[in-house]
Design a protein around this ligand. Sequence first.
Ligand code: EPU
Length: 335
Amino acid sequence: MQENVLISKLTTMRLGGPARYVQEVTEPKQVAEAYDFARKNSLPVYVLGYGSNVIGRDEGFDGLVLVNKLKGVETVSETGDEVVIKAASGEMLDDLCGFTAERGYTGIEAMSAIPGTVGAAPVQNVGAYGQEIANVLVGVSAYDTSQGRTLWIDAADCQLGYRRSIFNTTEFGRYFITAVTIKLRKGQLRPPFYISLQAFVEQNGLTDFSPMAIRQAVTAVRAGKLPDPKQIASSGSFFKNVVVDDATAAKMQREGVRTYEEGGRNTVPSGWLIEQTGLKGKEFHGMRVSDKAALILINESAHSYADLAAARQEISDAVYKKFGFRLEQEPVELA
Ligand code: EPU
């Protein structure tokens, strides 16, 4: 266990003051031990994966941060056209996408190159290019802090929605997800694909839609737009897309505003709203609206969470003034 570690070093946005204690979890038994330590010392616990969707605050965290490094992937069962796979939560999601694509399994190949852990996937129902964890999740194994034991939670009980689940809402802080079980099909996606993926497929004349080919296409699409967290400080999409009801979507389409259908929800792309407001590429308090994708904020020279908050306010106000939508922050905050 380390003491006084800067959250800026544990998160890809590279902001945030010191966490009092930080523990890397590499063995399942360390989970219960860590929570016991926290309980004895009356410390709050925060679970981090890769830290790519979590923002640290200037005051830091007066508690214990667990950095999930649990590893291991196994095939649980297999039939003629389906396969069930269990992955430890500290695996990188992209490694799991590679593992499954190599074997010709479809279901998560479009989530390739997302910089995050497997355990984070059900927490915020990670998704990209038309696929989301909700569509493949069988359930999770999780240490339940209120019962002091590891148990199984069925996918239905995780209540996955747009970037949400029980783990980041009603039951926040209660569970440490140790493994994620998914069911994939042997086969491949069929066109038409999610719009930006479809455009790439057409531009490059791709005809192979095998999981590995889609994985490679998605990786190329993302590389052109999304900053590599190893090189550039960012949390990926900084705002959520705006979810609207059917009537609002229909009205907006008549007015020529773009809406999309994502997992049964109508959304207005916030990246489009920000771009239309003329903010693409602009810098606010050391935070730059990416010139490649306006939904992404890059920390170029912000010194503090306060800088980020000021930038967020100005961008959100500008969009509200033009369109009447309030943008909501997509990454969570370590608190
Ligand atoms: N758009 C613009 N200008 C921009 C960016 C986007 O006009 O600068 C419009 C485009 O018309 C585009 C549409 O917005 O067709 C959607 O853009 P894109 O396909 O790039 O996806 P997104 O809505 O910006 C979401 C997720 C991403 C995920 C992609 C691909 C959220 C908040 N973001 O972004 O997730 O990778 O779709 O599925 O849901 C993340 O959560 O950190 C993240 C990167």
